[in-house]
Structures are given as structure tokens and as C-alpha cells.
Design a protein around this ligand. Structure first.
Ligand code: F6P
Length: 359
């Protein structure tokens, strides 16, 4: 009998169900005696022993369904070693529930924080397999994470829709794109949507350069400008601040601006006297059906995850490396962030065709 636990942790994305399906089908096609337990709402389910036994029918018809059928929640890694409000040792509780169910391994789907806890559980002696999920695409050691391509489609749609209305008005438009501390989603959606200015956390912007780019466009007879702004975009002045000082500054500016784009909009408005409109697609970027790319990616990652389990090759992230699906040791990647290279090819090509990064 093979007994496998599964959990999805952190912010959701479109292809979590598709990835779980890939693993489950890979296992059930090749093993007769199989039990899969779904821990509910991320690590919470593993900590508090909240789970359900999943049958093969649970994994049918979910390839195209967004969200996660077993729920998710954020359980910050830095609090994992901190007892809960009732003094419960969370790590010990997770181990106990794993042993109580006599599991052979845990399949953990999630982003950076989730991966760090997966690695912690590995260090504690549990067998784990990690599948890299996040629309942010910031997991080190894999070329791409699932959810990213689906989110690009949605953020691109948002920019496309702004394009048609922008063309009717002489205005500056900002579309704020998710991505947490990295700019992958903004870079790709910005390029796909034909944004004129792209602001990323990795390339601190100078507001005067941003304004110059807008002015240059209007002098060339272009009535509108579209900015794709990452939610983590940062100005050159703010990039000089220490982490603590910047956090304080953000807290203060939250009183006046719901997010960075509104502050940028106001600064442009003040300098140019032009109307600036902000659109924030927000969580729509994590919603809806997975794109065909993500469905294929998750099927491949899931199949390889199942193979790794059958070979008892644990402690691995199943990753895409140079178009091949590979098993990457968790200890080599946990805690590392994959950021956009400001001098990388994609940024250089974008600059070459006249897109401004405000630097
Ligand atoms: O990590 C995925 C993500 O959508 C980020 O892009 C974003 O910063 C964050 O999650 C939003 O988190 P929440 O859903 O908790 O508001």
C-alpha cells in the first residue's frame, strides 16, 4: 500500500488542481494499492490533522478548474517554529499527523515560503516532493512556475482592454500587475500587452525619466501612454532606504495611496498636468481556468512527481530546466529568490525597441 499526503499552500493559482491530478493519475496508473490524503487549507490541515481521503473521482474533471479543491492558506515560514496560541508545537504536530497516517510521502504544492517549510520537513526526516506554484515565477531552480503563464494571459488582457480605451482618450494609464517582490509577471504582461513603460522592482525608476518618456511620446503625436507597473515597483530614492525604513515609508504612504501605482500616478499628474488613470486587476490574475501551457506543464510536473515517489527519490522540487523536467534537491533551492536580471536579454531587447523602464 502506498500512502501519499497532498497539500496546497500560500496564494492559490489557476493550475493547482491540474498539478494534483497529474500526480494522482501518475500514481494510480502505476500502483494498485494507493491512498491519497488531501490536507485541507495548506499546512493548517497538516498541523491540526484536518484531511480527507481522496478518491480517483476527486481527480477527474479538474484539469481545467482554477483554485484548489483542498483549499489553501498562508502559514508564514518564520512562524512555523513559533507555537500556536494554545502552545502547540506546529512542526512536531505536522510530523505526528504524518506518522499517524503512516504516510510514505507528502506532495507539497506552493511558492517560496511553502518550499522553505517543505525543506524544513525534509530536514525533520519526512519524505517530501515539492511542485513549484506561483503566478510570481520567482522560485529559484526552475525556469517557470505553474500559474505564471495563466496570470500573464489575464494581466495581458487587462492591458489590451486599457489599450482600446486609451486610444480614445489622451490620457496616461497605469495597469498594476501582481508579482510580490519580483517583476516577471509585469515584464511579460507588459511586453505582451505592448506597454510603453514598464516599472519593475529590480529596476528602480526615476520619476523624471518616466515623465520624459511620456512627453517624448506625446511630442511624437502619440495621444496616450500605458505603464505596466509591478506592485513592488520602487523609485531610485526609495531603493536607497534600508529595508526597515522602506517598510515604514510604505506603511505611511498606504494612508494616502492604496498601492504604489496611485503614488506614481499622482507624481506624474503633478509634473505633467495630465490625467492619469490606474487599473488594478488584483486577484483576477490568480483566477479562472489554467492556460493550456499550464495544463501541459502541470501534467508533466505531476507525472514526474509521481515517478519520483515510485522511485522513493524524495526531498526534490520537480522543476523545468532548459525545457526538461528535472528533480532538483530542495536544499539547493529553498530560501532563494529568482529575480528579473536588469541586464538580461529580455530587458535589453525591450529597451532596444524603445520601451522605457524609467531608469
Ligand atoms: O504570491 C502570489 C501573490 O498573488 C502575489 O503576487 C501577491 O503579492 C500576493 O500573492 C497577494 O497575496 P494575498 O492573496 O494574500 O493578498
Amino acid at each position: 500500500m502506498l500512502r501519499v499526503g497532498m497539500l496546497t499552500s500560500g496564494g492559490d493559482c489557476q493550475a493547482l488542481n491540474a498539478a494534483m491530478r497529474g500526480v494522482a493519475k501518475g500514481l494510480s496508473t502505476n500502483v494498485e494499492d494507493l491512498e491519497i490524503f488531501g490536507f485541507l487549507n495548506g499546512y493548517k490541515g497538516l498541523i491540526y490533522g484536518d484531511y480527507k481521503l481522496l478518491s480517483s473521482s476527486d481527480f477527474s474533471g479538474i484539469l481545467t478548474k482554477g483554485g484548489t479543491m483542498i483549499g489553501s492558506s498562508r502559514q508564514p515560514f518564520k512562524l512555523m517554529r513559533v507555537p500556536d496560541e494554545n502552545g502547540l508545537d506546529k512542526v512536531e504536530a505536522m510530523k505526528q499527523n504524518y506518522y499517524k497516517l503512516n504516510l510514505d510521502c507528502l506532495v507539497i504544492l506552493g511558492g517560496n515560503g511553502t518550499q522553505k517549510t517543505a525543506n524544513l520537513l525534509r530536514e525533520e526526516g519526512l519524505n517530501v516532493i515539492h511542485l513549484p506554484k506561483t503566478i510570481d515565477n520567482d522560485i529559484y531552480g526552475t525556469d517557470v512556475t505553474f500559474g505564471f503563464q495563466s496570470a500573464i494571459n489575464i494581466a495581458t488582457d487587462a492591458i489590451d482592454c486599457i489599450h482600446t480605451t486609451a486610444a480614445s482618450h489622451n490620457r496616461v494609464f497605469i495597469v498594476e500587475v501582481m508579482g510580490h517582490k519580483v517583476g516577471w509577471l509585469t515584464l511579460y504582461a507588459g511586453l505582451a500587452g505592448g506597454a510603453d513603460i514598464i516599472l519593475l522592482p529590480e529596476i528602480p525608476y526615476d520619476i523624471n525619466k518616466v515623465v520624459q518618456s511620456i512627453e517624448k511620446r506625446s511630442k511624437a503625436g502619440k495621444g496616450f501612454t500605458i505603464l505596466a507597473v509591478a506592485e513592488g515597483a520602487i523609485s531610485k530614492e526609495d531603493a536607497q532606504l534600508s529595508k526597515k525604513e522602506y517598510k515604514k515609508k510604505l506603511e505611511k504612504s498606504k494612508k494616502n495611496y492604496p498601492s504604489v501605482s496611485y503614488e506614481i500616478a499622482q507624481r506624474i499628474q503633478e509634473k505633467l498636468g495630465t490625467e492619469v488613470r490606474v487599473t488594478v486587476p488584483g486577484h483576477t490574475q490568480r483566477g479562472g481556468s489554467p492556460s493550456p501551457y499550464d495544463r501541459v506543464l502541470c501534467t508533466r510536473l505531476g507525472a514526474e512527481g509521481a515517478k519520483a515517489i515510485l522511485e522513493k527519490d524524495y526531498g526534490k522540487m520537480i522543476a523545468m530546466v532548459n525545457d526538461d523536467i528535472k528533480r532538483v534537491p530542495l536544499e539547493n533551492v529553498a530560501g532563494k529568490l529568482k529575480t528579473v536580471d536588469p541586464n538580461g536579454q529580455t530587458v535589453r531587447e525591450a529597451k532596444f525597441i524603445g520601451i522605457s523602464f524609467g531608469d
